[in-house]
Write a protein that binds this ligand. Structure first.
Ligand code: FAD
Ligand code: DHB
Length: 400
């Protein structure tokens, strides 16, 4: 039986109705809970489905601090791996950018699946209200002082009255389109390729990530732990995961990374294989009345540089602090500046992800001139401490 039914209600009231039980929605809900602010999370899928999605793997310092503030960092501190730098290769050349040397900060390798699992456990332990399998979610009267969310669960109509609605329902959710067309502006760039990713129970080829530019296209060697590797190769948008046998994947990956790395790559059966298209996308504004968009509901980055989840976390930071300001200090200053503050940081993450993608991929219309410019930029990054510092500053995450 659902939580609301157990409470004997098909209609209820909360302070913040959160649409979407992905990392943004759960993190916001948990942070608000720590401050005594009540929320209800509505998720379209089941918990197992959400936890089955293999996505981001690298957490910025700001996200680590938010996990600590939310009281959900114990397992991350124990099982996550701090990375002080990353490797970038082109052909057989490879160099390292040292994050700690240039910024004083590292990043943490800890999967989105684990972040989400920790957040679900914390919400459940605290008796937090999460409704799964919700359908037909509609955000009503967001431009009034009395918004409410209507939805159905197994065909039964439900309603939540609230002070605010947080739209944390990802790129395909309903929140963004609740903002009227004449208010909403959208900016988009679609890339002419995708990433084919696999997860395999094999030791990572290298203790640090390798971002590889090769004549055959981009590749990334990443990991989750000592015996769980995550690898990606740039692929055609018309490919399907079934087109790629494990052997074909490993052979292609080996051809895209430096020979000495390929020689020590341990291969094995894939336990997950999927293709993600690459897109840059921003919606403005991120607030309409009492509705606030957070994370993928408002913006998408190409995955190069691991900014998707981390940018969702910075939105949560601004919104959480704005809501605290409202409930604790009776001030609307934080929520009034939410959209402008969040977007200022979003656009910088968009720029970095676009730049890092441009540096490393093969584009179908790329000329020999374009290719030489890419190599020149890689060699500049290799040689210039200033360029490395700029890259490291963005990779570990710009300050909130
Ligand atoms: P989501 O994770 O999308 O969560 C939104 C939630 O809302 C979902 O659980 C969804 O089921 C739910 N929902 C949707 N519609 C409704 C509705 N109408 N009602 C109720 N609930 C709803 N980032 C990286 O940094 N590195 C990566 O390698 C990487 N790989 C990715 C691969 C894929 C295939 C995708 C799609 C994204 C990837 N990302 C990656 C991006 C990163 O995973 C996202 O930025 C992050 O998940 C954003 O979190 P979110 O909570 O805002 O959105
Ligand atoms: C991972 C994904 C990324 O997009 C990235 O830049 C780094 C790591 C990963 O899934 O491990």
């Amino acid at each position: 039986m659902c939580i609301l039914c157990r409470m004997g209600a098909h209609s209820m009231k909360t302070q913040v109705a959160i649409i979407g039980g992905g990392p943004s929605g759960l993190l916001l809900s948990q942070l608000l809970h720590v401050r005594g602010i009540d929320s209800v999370v509505l998720e379209r899928k089941t918990k197992d489905y959400v936890l089955g999605r293999i996505r981001a793997g690298v957490l910025e310092r700001g996200m680590l601090d938010l996990m600590r503030e939310a009281g959900v960092a114990d397992r991350m501190e124990k099982e996550g791996h701090a990375h002080d730098g990353t490797l970038i290769s082109y052909g057989d050349e490879m160099f390292r950018v040292d994050f700690t040397e240039h910024t004083g900060h590292a990043v943490m390798v800890y999967g989105q699946t684990e972040v989400t699992r920790d957040l679900y456990e914390a919400r459940e332990a605290a008796g937090g209200a999460i409704e799964f399998n919700v359908e037909d979610v509609v955000i009503n009267d967001a431009d009034s002082d009395a918004p409410f969310v209507s939805y159905t669960v197994v065909g039964q109509a439900r309603r939540i009255d609230c002070d605010f609605v947080a739209g944390c329902d990802g790129f395909h959710g309903v929140s963004r389109n609740t903002i009227p067309d004449d208010v909403r502006r959208e900016y988009e760039k679609v890339y002419p390729f995708g990433w084919l990713g696999i997860l395999s129970e094999t030791p990572p080829v290298n203790p640090e990530l390798i971002y590889a530019n090769s004549d055959r296209g981009f590749a990334l060697c990443s990991m989750r732990n000592e015996n769980l590797s995550r690898y990606y190769i740039q692929c055609s948008l018309s490919d399907s995961p079934n087109d790629w046998s494990d052997t074909a994947f490993w052979n292609e990956l080996k051809r895209r990374i430096p020979t000495d790395q390929a020689d020590k790559l341990v291969t094995g059966p894939s336990i997950e294989k999927s293709i993600a298209p690459l897109r840059s996308f921003v919606t403005e504004p991120m607030r309409w009345g009492r509705l606030f968009l957070c994370g993928d509901a408002a913006h998408i980055v190409p995955p190069t540089g691991a900014k998707g989840l981390n940018t969702a976390a910075s939105d949560v930071h601004y919104l959480y602090n704005g809501l605290r300001d409202f409930y604790e200090n009776n001030s609307t200053a934080g929520i009034d500046s939410y959209s402008q503050k969040a977007l200022a940081r979003v656009w910088k993450a968009e720029r970095f992800s676009w730049w890092f993608s441009s540096l490393l991929h093969r584009y179908p219309d790329q000329t020999t001139f374009d290719h030489r410019i890419q190599v020149a930029e890689l060699e500049f990054l290799r040689a210039s401490k200033a360029a490395q510092k700029a890259m490291a500053e963005n990779y570990v995450g710009l300050p909130y």
